[in-house]
Design a protein around this ligand. Sequence first.
Ligand SMILES: [Zn+2]
Length: 369
Amino acid sequence: MVVAACIVGMRQTTGTDAVRVTAMRVTSTDSTYVIRLTANRTIVHWQKPEVHGNAIVIRLPEAVYAVTDSALVDGVRHNHEVIRSILVERFSFAFAPTSVEAKRDGPRDIVVTVHKPGQQRQSPASRAAAPHAEWALDVIVLDPGHGGVDAGAEGVNGAYEKNVTLAIAQRLRALLRTAMPNTKVVMTRDDDTFIELYRRGQIANEAGGKLFISIHCNSMPKKPHPARGCETYILRPGRNQDAARVAARENASIRFEKSQERYKGFSEDQLIVATMAQASFVRLSESLARHVQHEVSTTTKLKNRGVNQAGFFVLVGASMPNILFETAFLSNPDDAAYVCSAEGQATIASSMLKAIQAYERSYATLLHR
Ligand SMILES: [Zn+2]
């Protein structure tokens, strides 16, 4: 998890003592773009730029954007935001850079070299195809929540969340294999096994996943409870108490793990950094989330509770568009009966398939927007 390292040693900065980035110039050669950032004084802290899809991100802790002298070239888009005291500079290209390197050029300048893909990709047709190919849905990772010693929520009908999530994931896998035969489906678990939350993202990354879908069931502490319906989460700092409740309940799975060290200090700050690390595909995650909510709520009898956001450990490590889907409330008698029935599970799985297909159709547009 890269999250922790970014935060260590950082102090809160006020506007007055922050480094001011005053100039930003981009030049282009056949094989590279060169970005020069100049500050008003010594740039003490900066982080190695990272490639995220067709963009690069440079983070300058304790800095502010005060650019009065800027020059961009065609084919490069720039935006910036300040999150807490970190200035996040983001440069997007029409392709996925093959690599990026950065060095100091004197105390006030940082020079970033972005390598363009090889000549073969330079034709207009392949340039347009490159980002699409990167996210082509060749591998989908399904993550049935909980498992083994971690039963998840227990329903009013006695059902365990771990069994419901596995059943729906297995049904969805079967549907995907038929409907999308060229797509490989990877399961983080395919039986009643306990898998650590961090490990689930690793499995997805190792498999080269292009989509990560974590499947869960919601529950209220008091049962039975009238709350009902489906909701989909993306990884972002929580917006409300209910989202925080859901994330806390799902994150509690770590109590079954041998060591909780890796999750320690997972503060709001770190969550913001983790969210930034996913900046290049957050739109895709949101898109998938919306498709899931639309399809599931129109096809099944589950109420639409919408797309929400919170800090889920299981989503932090997945380097691909990702969502956490709370199918239904096991603490609600109607929801529990439906989500535990063969008919309910089959309908939920088929509506998720439709959502994935709708996402696939729409994402070329999203990538080029
Ligand atoms: Zn769960």
